[in-house]
Design a protein. Sequence first.
Length: 101
Amino acid sequence: MDTAKLIEPDPQRRALMAATGVTAGIALVATAVPFVASMNPSERARAGGVPVEVDVSTLQPGALATVAWRGQPVWILHRTEEMIRAIGDHDELLLDPRSKQ
């Protein structure tokens, strides 16, 4: 018996396998696209995380400004030199007592 004839692939079978593979690939992409798209943040979440710009150049020394960020208040205090010196007495209460800013 000739073994070369047994190993030779059938061209119709090869075409059907290729068509099945292409169809499976298309189905995989069609299923994955909506799934991956659902992982994007919503418009509301994007709007909530937008950076807030505040003009602090007009803030007088000792003045306090309140700005809303992500629905929460953020306080901006322009400290005077006297206030900065007074903070030096409470270094153990500060998170970063050696901050230069």
